[in-house]
Design a protein around this ligand. Structure first.
Ligand SMILES: N[C@@H](CCC(=O)N[C@@H](CS)C(=O)NCC(=O)O)C(=O)O
Length: 195
């Protein structure tokens, strides 16, 4: 069986849990408390020298880090990865964008407020501005299509919904983004995730 080291409060880890459940893949889930430094122990660093979850460990002991790499591995033979080459490239475009233009603002702001208990006044204003820029870009993309890569649910939706659905915990009001809110409901329904 595949082993996953993860934290159920982390959107990056939830991506892995959702894809596995959607595809009927059993996981041996080992809950890790990041605030207690459990990702920085010598034992954990031997699995993932980057000291972060999610981390997947195969039956033969090989390990894989980075949520979007892990979901790509789990979904390799599934309809969550478009068959068409251009659609597949578009999906990857969203996965890279998520890591550089969405997660560093929306997830990081949530981490500071929700995990670390900081106040709004203590946060860098850039996190709020760039987070809203990411949400606005998604709102535009979803104006004329049900999912980020056209008509079908793909890994792009899984990766992007993880922190978008929790954006309120990072102080982002989704009221100005109706297409985004409808998409969140659609993706949650498609993955069988309770809202
Ligand atoms: N780019 C990575 C980010 C992973 C990441 O930052 N994980 C956080 C939890 S969401 C973590 O393990 N933090 C603990 C630490 O840095 O010690 C991914 O997508 O998997």
């Amino acid at each position: 069986m595949l082993t996953v080291y993860g934290d159920h409060k982390s959107g990056n880890c939830l991506k892995v849990a959702w894809v596995a459940a959607h595809l009927g893949i059993d996981l041996d889930w080992r809950e890790v408390d990041i605030l207690k430094g459990e990702t920085r122990t010598p034992g954990f660093l031997a699995l993932n020298p980057d000291g972060r979850v999610p981390t997947l460990v195969l039956e033969d002991g090989r390990s894989l880090a980075e949520s979007n790499a892990i979901i790509g591995y789990l979904a390799r033979d599934s309809a969550l990865i478009p068959a068409d080459a251009f659609a597949r490239a578009k999906m990857r475009q969203w996965l890279f964008w998520e890591q550089y233009s969405h997660e560093p603002y929306i997830a990081v702001r949530r981490f500071q407020l929700f995990y670390l208990g900081r106040t709004e006044a203590e946060l860098e204003p850039k996190l709020f501005e760039r987070g809203h820029a990411a949400l606005a870009l998604m709102e535009g993309a979803l104006a004329d299509r049900p999912f980020l890569v056209g008509s079908d649910l793909s890994l792009a939706d899984v990766a992007l919904v993880a922190y978008t659905r929790l954006a309120h915990e990072g102080g982002f009001d989704l009221a100005p983004y109706p297409a985004l809110r409808a998409w969140i409901n659609r993706v949650e329904a498609g993955l069988g995730v309770a809202s």
